[in-house]
Ligand binder design. Structure first.
Ligand SMILES: *[C@@H]1O[C@H](CO)[C@@H](O)[C@H](O)[C@H]1NC(C)=O
Ligand SMILES: *[C@@H]1O[C@H](CO)[C@@H](O)[C@H](O)[C@H]1NC(C)=O
Ligand SMILES: *[C@@H]1O[C@H](CO)[C@@H](O)[C@H](O)[C@H]1NC(C)=O
Ligand SMILES: *[C@@H]1O[C@H](CO)[C@@H](O)[C@H](O)[C@H]1NC(C)=O
Ligand SMILES: *[C@@H]1O[C@H](CO)[C@@H](O)[C@H](O)[C@H]1NC(C)=O
Length: 561
């Protein structure tokens, strides 16, 4: 599958509505930005046929690769259909993967965003860098949560990829084509219910939280050590609320409010509250960087630069055609520039130099590189994501007839104003007809409690200016968990993986290894400049460990976590 074109496609989709979908869309956007770990190369099949078992563990591992000299181990585990009613028959079978640290280490659960992202792919693609940042005194472990990718059954709404291709539509301009999208969705949600039957009822975050304990129990480890990013902060908080006595080290990075995730149909309103501040930061830092930012030659001030780029984007309402050769041509549209290029850049400041370079060439008259990075085939193209994320988000958030007017006009009246909240709002309001018409009833009554007392307080990470999980949301985590503390990375981007900071790495290590919590609201600085050519030498460090951590962080910041 071509990840780039999928990402582009998510844009027209986003003309759609519904606030409650926001965090879901964040994650979708994330997926497309961070193509590699969402839909990138899958797990290598093992060339070896070796099995491992460890004392105290009730699980058999198979060798499934090697990452920088560390063994990668794979297994599968059965989890019950419904952890909260064990008399329900059936269940799921999930792939589990572990990157080994030093022998005798505890297992640290690492969880990517989503929902719908494969943890297994995440560990394969980012495990080496994560292990460098975290150090060798943990094994890193994760799984494909129920419904996701390697899960059996997998959460789907079509009987085959072929049928998905033939029946799915791009939800292009859901305001303009509202009657069609609305009517199409009625069939789609029925397909979801029919395809998954009973399993569809139990694909949700509280069940996934309990599944993590099934894995821990098989490892003979009582205490949960967890680092979750973006949507996985909802998972981490859900776990810590249901199993406070097992929550020994919970790190949540780039946080979602669980109060809103589970209870507010408009939970995503406000999620973009800082997005424009990050956009301005891009232009401001560019001017500060001077010659190190290719775009700075175009203006004298940040305001002027922003105006130039945005008005250029406006002109692309009349798209330009780019013809490279007979097998590679297409369009560059206003939407491509605003949602794919600029909105995408807000997540990852470590890519700002490259973004500025392409924009500079584009504004100076050469659209080739911009097209290759952000261009599109036009409004209609295939939308090929699988459906796990709809099950998870719609089974968690208030969805369906109990929470949404089923009349199309009433629904539009509710969501139309949301499209005006930010320049990027249309990119966030994806798939809301699915939310509105979702047919699968909620089978859990999880609600985030206040003042939960966990075995150890939570460490809450956030950048100062996060485009999709604003810093202000950290307040909801403090309210939910007694004694939790904030570590703020003073900078831009989505989660603390957005830019290197050895200060963050040191605090996270101290927390994970020794339980040392930061003093009340501690701040860390970003290491290194925002505008750095990809081929530029990294700074030298006296300490080789520091340098390794910096390089690993920089790599993740550039590639996406
Ligand atoms: C998902 O699972 C399939 C096997 O069912 C595998 O081939 C593919 O690579 C996996 N994708 C990811 C992103 O892990
Ligand atoms: C648990 O599941 C069984 C089997 O489906 C059902 O009969 C029973 O009512 C359920 N119990 C609760 C408390 O929902
Ligand atoms: C078109 O251009 C692309 C990249 O520039 C190249 O990979 C491809 O082989 C070219 N195709 C033809 C038919 O020339
Ligand atoms: C435009 O940029 C591309 C890629 O950088 C380059 O190959 C091409 O020669 C440029 N076109 C012109 C007219 O300068
Ligand atoms: C957004 O606001 C503008 C003016 O403030 C208004 O003209 C437009 O209709 C609004 N759009 C939506 C979708 O509400």
């Amino acid at each position: 599958m071509d990840g780039k074109s999928s990402f582009r496609l998510s844009i027209p989709d986003r003309q759609s509505m519904s606030r409650s979908i926001a965090y879901l869309t964040i994650i979708i956007v994330l997926c497309f930005l961070l193509y590699d770990y969402c839909w990138g190369p899958g797990y290598p099949t093992s060339p070896l046929d070796q099995h491992y078992a460890y004392k105290g563990e009730k699980i058999t591992w198979k060798a499934c690769g090697d990452i920088a000299g560390r063994k990668l181990e794979c297994s599968r585990i059965d989890v019950p259909m419904d952890h909260f009613n064990l008399s329900k028959s059936g269940g799921f079978n999930l792939p589990v993967v572990r990157l080994r640290g030093d022998d005798g280490s505890k297992n640290l659960w690492v969880s990517p965003g989503g929902p719908g992202v494969s943890g297994v792919a995440f560990l394969h693609n980012r495990g080496e860098k994560l292990a460098t940042i975290i150090g060798s005194r943990f094994h890193l472990i994760t799984f494909d949560a129920r419904g996701i990718n390697g899960s059996r059954p997998q959460a789907l709404c079509y009987p085959s990829t072929q049928v998905r291709k033939s029946l799915s539509i791009p939800e292009f301009q859901p305001i303009e084509y509202s009657p069609e999208v609305y009517a199409w969705t009625k069939n789609f949600v029925q397909g979801c219910r029919d395809t998954m039957s009973e399993h569809g009822l139990y694909i949700n975050t509280p069940q996934t939280a309990a599944d993590m304990n099934t894995v821990l129990d098989a490892l003979g480890q009582h205490e949960m050590f967890f680092w979750g990013i973006s949507y996985a902060t909802a998972l981490g908080q859900t776990y810590a609320t249901i199993f406070p006595e097992r929550s020994h080290r919970i790190v949540v990075d780039g946080v979602v409010s669980n109060f809103r995730w589970y209870e507010d149909p408009f939970s995503d309103s406000g999620s973009l509250q800082d997005a424009e501040r990050v956009l301005y930061g891009f232009f401001e830092e560019c001017m500060k960087a001077g010659n190190d930012c290719p775009l700075s030659v175009l203006a004298d001030t940040a305001e002027e630069l922003q105006d130039k780029v945005l008005s250029f984007a406006g002109k692309l309402k009349e798209p330009v055609s780019i013809y490279i050769n007979r097998s590679q041509w297409g369009l560059l549209r206003s939407e491509d520039l605003i949602y794919t290029a600029l909105f995408g850049a807000l997540y990852s400041p470590a890519t700002w130099w490259s973004v500025a370079d392409r924009l500079n060439k584009l504004l100076q008259g050469n659209a080739t590189e911009a097209f290759l990075a952000w261009g599109s085939k036009g409004p209609y193209a295939d939308w090929l994501v699988d459906e796990a994320l709809y099950f998870i988000a719609n089974n968690d958030n208030p969805s369906g007839p109990d929470h949404w007017p089923q009349d199309r006009h009433e629904f539009l009246d509710l969501v139309r104003p949301l499209l005006n909240e930010s320049l990027f709002s249309p990119a966030m309001h994806l798939s809301s007809y699915k939310r509105q018409q979702w047919l699968i009833p909620k089978t859990h009554d999880f609600r985030q409690k206040m003042n939960v007392k966990t075995a150890h307080p939570l460490l809450v990470l956030s950048t100062t200016w996060d485009p999709v999980t604003p810093f202000s949301t950290t307040g909801s985590v403090l309210a939910a968990f007694e004694g939790s503390q904030i570590l703020e990375l003073e900078g831009y981007g989505h989660t603390t993986f957005a830019m290197p900071s050895r200060c963050v790495a040191k605090h996270v290590r101290a927390f994970l290894y020794d339980g040392t919590l930061v003093e009340k609201h501690t701040k860390c600085k970003v290491d290194g400049p925002y505008f750095m050519r990809p081929d530029q030498d990294v700074p030298r460090f006296i300490d080789s460990d520091d340098e390794a951590i910096y390089r690993a962080q920089l790599q993740i910041a550039r590639d996406g976590f």
